[in-house]
Design a protein around this ligand. Structure first.
Ligand SMILES: Cc1ncc(COP(=O)(O)O)c(C=O)c1O
Length: 410
């Protein structure tokens, strides 16, 4: 393994900046990959740097974002929920209305256009909730590329609708059975496949992984925060007081937060999966309970056992069930610019039903975590305060899991 060290002048990292040349956001990030993968990462970083400066790349991406993804997504005032809670106004950023039902496509389209410019014909991806797998399968179909998606065995079972959707769009779903059969293991397997097949393009689904992925994914997802800015100014004549997003690897949250980093009056809260409780193995709340470490090619906070090994994690939500977290979130937490808090499985489930019944919107279990935090926080805030919750996805994929849980209860 070649590990880069934090470089530069030793000056504190300023939130909102790009990471340094080696991908460090302060002490977090970097490119901790086995030597054979270093040139692969460098090639992607070089091509991304070129595309970022090329207006034709952004024009092509914008065209797909509007005509294929259906952006901009609306900012919806949840009046019934606001009235019931009796405090701050709650707006929902409707990422659930994107084509395929989640924010994941914003990033997939960006990365697949990059892969196309690199002459790639084959992509691989990992997925937990299946939303990134579905978005990757669609993007690959659109570009005429082949697609292989690694998915943990427990997630294949609990997110069946998405497995079928991936297959319908021509992707091969590889069930990963090792260890806990979850998202971490799916990423492990994808990285090993990339080691053996460095010509494929690994389309990473969150703001994690070795440099340049956390930077690229943040920038591709920043369309969410940019739209919220414009929409909130139009609707309220000012910026929101609080932004709330669920944090798995951290892509929907960083995409929402990034355009507001310099507006220090805007509070930013990342909501982590608190699962069944604070005991190791019962949650996946990395920033709340983890410590510094390296996982999947980057330095950040990691949930580790007493031997320093990456620990098993649990969440009701397949998309949040991950023992690491994007390095930029780790930096934002250290800098105190964003706060991170856990929400339990039951609180998330409760929020899912509350929104379904009050507003006729069934959120994904992941997004229900963000919503649960808003439900707890809004009543203590003044009525003229504005909260925006990133409704990162819709709950269709969770129906079989929820029906199963309801059957057990009756
Ligand atoms: C709907 C939805 N929201 C949130 C997430 C969490 O991922 P991230 O933290 O990268 O946004 C997922 C992951 O699959 C998801 O499907």
């Amino acid at each position: 393994m070649t590990a880069h060290t934090a470089t530069e002048t030793g000056a504190p990292f300023v939130p909102g900046q790009d990471p340094d040349q080696q991908g460090f956001f302060g002490p977090h990030g970097g490119c901790y990959v086995p030597d054979p993968l270093l040139p692969v990462m460098r090639e992607i970083a070089d091509m991304y740097a070129l595309c970022r400066k090329d207006p034709s790349f952004q024009e092509e991406l914008d065209r797909y974002l509007s005509t294929y993804t259906c952006r901009p997504t609306p900012l919806f005032l949840a009046e019934n929920l606001t009235r019931k809670l009796g405090g701050a106004k709650i707006y929902l950023k409707r990422e659930d209305l994107n084509h395929l039902g989640a924010h994941k496509l914003n990033n997939c389209l960006g990365q697949i256009l990059l892969a196309k410019r690199m002459g790639k014909k084959e992509i691989i991806a990992e997925t937990g909730a299946g939303q990134h797998g579905v978005a990757s399968a669609a993007a690959a179909a659109l570009m005429g590329m082949t697609c292989k998606v690694f998915m943990g065995e427990i997630d294949v079972k609990r997110q069946q609708p998405n497995v079928l959707r991936m297959q319908m769009m021509g992707a091969e779903v590889v069930t990963v059975t090792r260890e806990n059969g979850g998202l971490k293991e799916a990423v492990d397997e994808a990285i090993e496949f990339l080691m053996r097949n460095p010509a494929v393009f690994y389309l990473i689904g969150s703001a994690v992984g070795p440099h340049p992925y956390p930077l690229m994914v943040r920038n591709f997802q920043s369309v969410v925060g940019k739209e919220i800015r414009t929409q909130c100014l139009a609707l309220e004549g000012r910026l929101p007081d609080m932004l709330i997003a669920a944090v798995g690897g951290g892509s929907n949250a960083i995409g929402m937060f990034h355009p507001f980093i310099n507006d220090v009056q805007v509070k930013m809260v990342g909501v982590e999966p608190g699962g069944r409780g604070s005991k190791l193995g019962d949650h996946a709340a990395t920033l709340s309970y983890g410590s510094h470490g390296v996982v999947h090619g980057y330095h950040s906070y990691v949930l580790k056992d007493e031997n320093g090994e990456v620990a098993p994690v649990h969440s009701i939500s397949a998309g949040l069930d991950y023992p690491g977290v994007g390095p930029e979130h780790a930096m934002l937490r250290d800098a105190g610019r964003a706060g991170y808090a856990p929400v339990s499985d039951l609180e998330a489930l409760d929020a899912l039903f509350t929104l379904s019944r009050l507003e006729g919107i069934i959120p994904a279990l992941e997004s229900a975590h963000a919503l649960a935090y808003a439900v707890k926080t809004a009543p203590g805030m003044p009525k003229n305060a504005v909260i925006v919750v990133n409704l990162s996805g819709r709950g269709d994929k969770d129906m079989p899991q929820i029906m199963e849980m309801m059957k057990k209860k009756t």
